[in-house]
Write a protein that binds this ligand. Structure first.
Ligand SMILES: Nc1ncnc2c1ncn2[C@@H]1O[C@H](COP(=O)(O)OP(=O)(O)OP(=O)(O)O)[C@@H](O)[C@H]1O
Ligand SMILES: [Mg+2]
Length: 463
C-alpha cells in the first residue's frame, strides 16, 4: 500500500468486457487498477507492482482458480484476494476462504458491492500495517542487520535501550576491546554480534570461541595456529582464531574459566597484535578486536588469583552490563509476542494468541535463565498447547526462593511475604491472634483486617 488511502488492485477474469468495465470503474473511484485476462499476465503485474488486492475469478478456462489462489498466497503473502464466484457455487467459496481468500463476490454484482469489499480490505490492510509497525518498534535493530546476524533484538525498557546504545557506541570504536557481563541467557552473544555487524569490521569474520570448551592440549594451536608437522596430527599448516579474525572480531565467550596459561598468551597477542604459529618462527601481524563475555563476578576471580588483572584491564576498555530480565519486566510482553510469532511460524501454527494472564504471571517470575529461559518456555507452551490461545496453564513456572525485583512483581511479592509472616506468627502462637499481633508489632484489629484482606481463614478465631 503506497499510502493509507491508495491501494493497488489487480483484476483477473477471462471475460474482457467485464475486466474493462470494472477497471474503468475502479480508476474512476480513485484506485490504482490493472486488468488481466490470463494468469501469466496477472503474474507479470504481481511481480512488478506492489498489488494489495487481487480480484480473482476462480472459473478461468483450463486452470483451477483455487490453485492460483494457493500459489499467489505463497508468492505474495501480504496480498489479499477477493474471489468472484458464480451463483450456487458455495462449495468453491468455502474452499477459497479456507485457502485464505479475504472475501468473495457473487456474479453478477453491483458497483456498490465491490466498493464495500474494497473498503473492508483497505481497513484490514491498514490494521495489518499498524500491527507490523508496532512489532518493528519493539525491535531495536534494523531489519537488514537482523537478517545479517540472524538474530533479533527485542526490548522496550530504558535499561535495554541503554545496553543497545552502548553496543552502537562500541561499534563506532572498532579497536576498543569490549567486555560484556550479565547473567546466563541475558543476551551477551547477541550484543557481541550486534557490535560486530554494526562496526567497520562487519565484512570480516566474527569468530565465537568458548575457551573453556577446548581441550588444554589443543588450546594453543586453536588460538595461534600451527605449522605442518609441529605435532602429531598437524597434517597441514593451519590458521588459528587470531589469524582467522584478521580485521574482524574475536568473541571470547565465558572468559572467567579461561586457563591461566592461555590468559598470559592472549594478553601478549592483544598487546602486540602479532602472533606466531605453533612450530613456526615467523611472526604474523593480525588486526582483531576482542569482545569477551562472562556471567561470573570477574573481579572476584581476580581476587582469587584465577584471572589476571592486567588481562582484565586490556579486555574491558568498554564495559557493557546487561541487566537480568526480572529487572526489566516491560520487556517480557514484547519478547513473548516475538517468540510466539517466531515459533508459531516454525511449527506452522498461525493465528496463535496469548492470554493476558500469561504476561501477569511471567512478570512476577524471576527468570534465573533470563531470555533463554523465556524463549524455551514459549516454545514448550506452543508445542504442548492444543488450542490457539496460550494460557497461564501452558507456562508452568518453577517455584523459586529468589525474589523478583521487577516493578509490578515487587508489590505482589511484598503481599506474599506479608501473608507468609502472618501465617508464621499465628502458627507460632498457636493461632492466638492477640499474641500473633504482638509478634508482628501490630494491633489485633490490624491483624484481623489483614487476615480479611488476604482472605486468611486459618486457625481458631478466638484467643
Ligand atoms: N533482546 C533480545 N531479543 C530477542 N532475543 C534475544 C534477546 N537477547 C537474547 N535473545 C535470545 O536469547 C537466547 C540467549 O541469548 P545469548 O546466547 O546471546 O545469551 P548469553 O548471555 O550469551 O547466554 P549464556 O550466558 O548462557 O552464554 C538466544 O536465543 C538469543 O537469540
Ligand atoms: Mg553466550
Amino acid at each position: 500500500m503506497t499510502s493509507q488511502e491508495k491501494i493497488e488492485i489487480l483484476i483477473l477474469d477471462d471475460e474482457k468486457q467485464f475486466t474493462e468495465e470494472l477497471h474503468e470503474f475502479l480508476q474512476k473511484s480513485g484506485f490504482e487498477s490493472f486488468e488481466t485476462n490470463t494468469y501469466p499476465d496477472a503474474r507479470k503485474v504481481l511481480d512488478n507492482h506492489a498489488i494489495d488486492l487481487l480480484i480473482l475469478d476462480v472459473r478461468l478456462p483450463g486452470i483451477n482458480g483455487l490453485d492460483i489462489l494457493k500459489e499467489v498466497k505463497i508468492l505474495h503473502p501480504a496480498l489479499e484476494v477477493v474471489i468472484i464466484s458464480a451463483h450456487g457455487d458455495m462449495d468453491t467459496v468455502i474452499k477459497a476462504m479456507r485457502l485464505g481468500a479475504f472475501d468473495y463476490l457473487r456474479k453478477p454484482f453491483r458497483h456498490i458491492d465491490i466498493q464495500i469489499v474494497i473498503e473492508r480490505t483497505k481497513k484490514y490492510l491498514h490494521l495489518q500495517r499498524k500491527l507490523r509497525q508496532v512489532e518493528e518498534r519493539n525491535s531495536l535493530i534494523s531489519k537488514t542487520l537482523e537478517e545479517k546476524i540472524d538474530r533479533h533484538f527485542i526490548g522496550v525498557s530504558q535499561k535495554i535501550r541503554k545496553v543497545f546504545d552502548a553496543a552502537i557506541t562500541a561499534a563506532q570504536y572498532p579497536d576498543a576491546n569490549v567486555l560484556i557481563t550479565g547473567e546466563s541467557g541475558t543476551g551477551k552473544e547477541n550484543i557481541a554480534r550486534i557490535i560486530h555487524y554494526s562496526s567497520g569490521r562487519k565484512d570480516h569474520m566474527f569468530c565465537a570461541v568458548n575457551s573453556s570448551a577446548i581441550t588444554d592440549s589443543l588450546l594453543e594451536s586453536e588460538f595461534f595456529g600451527h605449522k605442518k608437522g609441529s605435532f602429531t596430527g598437524a597434517v597441514a599448516d593451519k590458521m588459528g582464531f587470531f589469524e582467522v579474525c584478521n580485521q574482524g572480531t574475536l568473541f571470547l565467550d565465558e572468559i572467567a574459566d579461561m586457563p591461566l596459561n592461555l590468559q598470559a598468551k592472549i594478553l601478549r597477542a592483544t598487546e602486540e597484535k602479532v602472533i606466531t604459529r605453533v612450530g613456526d618462527t615467523m611472526p604474523v601481524k593480525t588486526d582483531f578486536r576482542i569482545v569477551s563475555s562472562t556471567n561470573h563476578d570477574i573481579e572476584k576471580r581476580v581476587e582469587e588469583h584465577k584471572f589476571r588483572l592486567d588481562l582484565l584491564h586490556r579486555l574491558n576498555t568498554l564495559h557493557i552490563h546487561i541487566p537480568p530480565l526480572r529487572e526489566r519486566a516491560e520487556d517480557i510482553k514484547p519478547l513473548v509476542i516475538h517468540f510466539t510469532d517466531f515459533f508459531g511460524r516454525k511449527f506452522n501454527r498461525p493465528g496463535l494468541s496469548v492470554d493476558k494472564e500469561v504476561y501477569k504471571a511471567l512478570e512476577k517470575y524471576p527468570f534465573p535463565g533470563n531470555i533463554r529461559e523465556l524463549k524455551n518456555m514459549v516454545e514448550r507452551a506452543i508445542i504442548l498447547c492444543k488450542s490457539d490461545i496460550l494460557t497461564a496453564n501452558d507456562f508452568p513456572l518453577k517455584s523459586h526462593d529468589h525474589h523478583p525485583h521487577g516493578h509490578g512483581a515487587h508489590s505482589t511479592n511484598l503481599k506474599i511475604q506479608e501473608i507468609e509472616l502472618i501465617r508464621k506468627a499465628l502458627v507460632s502462637k498457636h493461632f492466638n491472634q492477640k499474641a500473633a499481633a504482638e509478634v508482628l508489632g501490630i494491633t489485633r484489629d490490624a491483624l484481623i483486617r489483614k487476615m480479611k484482606k488476604y482472605n486468611l481463614t486459618i486457625g481458631k478465631s478466638e484467643n
